[in-house]
Design a protein around this ligand. Structure first.
Ligand code: AMP
Ligand code: ZN
Length: 113
């Protein structure tokens, strides 16, 4: 069995506030939100980080973005805008090694860094 917390969330073994799911993607609220809207979008497939994607994952990554846009619209962010972030590996600030994108919104975002 996988030891990955996000695989467990996708599999329903660990509870989360799920806001989106389909056959390939799950979206759920971040447990430590840094914005009024802070949702994580993950593939059900365990991919450790963005450098591990292959050409076979191209459609999946596209679907992740389509899901992010749908969730953003559901959260009332379609007109206001939002930020979609991937933290990749140590210097990118990645903590959980299951690929995920942070959907952040509901407040003005500042410069990166
Ligand atoms: P990252 O630094 O990009 O790896 O971000 C990992 C994110 O996962 C952080 O924002 C955490 O607050 C969030 N997180 C960790 N465990 C959980 C969990 N069980 N449910 C929801 N969010 C989580
Ligand atoms: Zn995983």
């Amino acid at each position: 069995m996988s030891d990955c917390i996000f695989c467990k969330i996708a599999g329903g073994e660990v509870p989360a506030e799920i806001v989106y799911q389909d056959d390939q993607i799950v979206g759920f609220k971040d447990i430590r939100p840094v914005a009024p809207v802070h949702i994580l979008l993950i593939p059900r497939k365990h991919i450790p980080d963005l450098t591990a994607i292959t050409p076979e994952d191209a459609e999946l990554i596209g679907r992740l973005h389509l899901a992010a846009v749908k969730v953003a619209a559901d959260q009332g962010l379609a007109e206001r805008g939002f930020r979609l972030v991937n933290n990749c590996k140590a210097e990118g600030g990645q903590v959980v090694y299951h690929l995920h994108f942070h959907l952040l919104g509901g407040r003005q975002m500042r410069t990166l860094g």
